[in-house]
Design a protein. Structure first.
Ligand code: JCQ
Length: 250
């Protein structure tokens, strides 16, 4: 998968793309990340990429000429997505859609914004990582690259990840423990040391479900509420206290 990034801080994105999971995937040839400096296409001696807004006001606005020139010089993979709080909200579903493409591109604006003609006539869409305002799109681009990158075949220990994700199907993670079995008197649940792998799998699922009900009821609704099988599983581990009432009949 190819991802092109257009930014006035190429070093920040390049450094990130050389690290960790993304860096290894890139080294292995599974991810082709290309970072482009918007300043390289500035035409004036000062290499300007921004200018004062028409109509007045504070801040600077990214100019159309260098941004169009940088994108047109590369003919990057489409869609070209502008990172902004006004965009379509990134979630795991959107990340999965992007991971299914042969490539896409990201344009990082600055807080004050980009000339509207860039959004109207150069970009194909807008993407938001959440209802928060950042100083620029770079950190948002890194979030997108990591979320999408780990879904690309050949990037993670794929068997494990695919298995795990289908197992937990839209639920929060179950709790994890490692040695020691007793840390300061806080002990690891007996079931995890029982060797009964079927029961361990049911316990983990019950824990994931209970945690999601308590902390993220919105996610429970998205997956279609709590069914009779879920109630039975929770009851097996005495996790069925104070469940929301059944909505599927008597
Ligand atoms: C991306 N969620 C937040 C770009 C305008 C008005 O502030 C702007 C901020 C940016 C940088 O991106 C974000 C962002 N997803 O802040 C344009």
């Amino acid at each position: 998968m190819r991802i092109d990034v257009f930014t006035i801080f190429p070093d920040m994105v390049e450094h990130f793309a050389g690290q960790s999971l993304v860096g290894r995937a890139r080294g292995a040839g599974a991810l082709d990340i290309r970072v482009h400096d918007l300043r390289s296409c500035a035409t004036d001696p000062h290499r300007s990429v921004d200018d004062a807004p028409f109509g007045g006001g504070a801040g600077m606005v990214l100019m159309p000429e260098p941004v169009f020139a940088a994108v047109e010089a590369v003919d990057p993979p489409r869609p070209l997505l502008y990172l902004s709080p006004a965009g379509r909200r990134l979630d795991q579903g959107v990340a999965g859609e992007l991971a299914g493409l042969p490539g896409f591109s990201l344009l990082c604006g600055r807080y004050e914004g980009v000339d509207e003609r860039i959004r109207d006539h150069l970009c194909d869409g807008e993407l938001s990582i959440g209802d928060v305002v950042l100083a620029g799109g770079e950190v948002a681009a890194m979030v997108v690259i990591e979320a999408v990158g780990r879904l690309v075949p050949g990037v993670m220990g794929n068997a494990t990840s695919a298995e795990d994700e289908s197992f937990s199907d839209g639920l929060l993670e179950y709790p994890h423990y490692t040695r020691p079995a007793d840390f300061r008197g806080w002990v690891v649940p007996d079931v995890l040391r029982s060797g009964d792998h079927a029961r361990i799998a049911r316990w983990r699922r019950a824990q994931a479900l209970r945690r999601t009900i308590d902390r993220r009821p919105d996610l429970v609704e998205i997956r279609g509420g709590i069914g009779p099988d879920d109630r039975k599983l929770l009851a097996e581990f005495a996790l069925d206290a104070d469940l929301p009432p059944r909505t599927d009949g008597p």
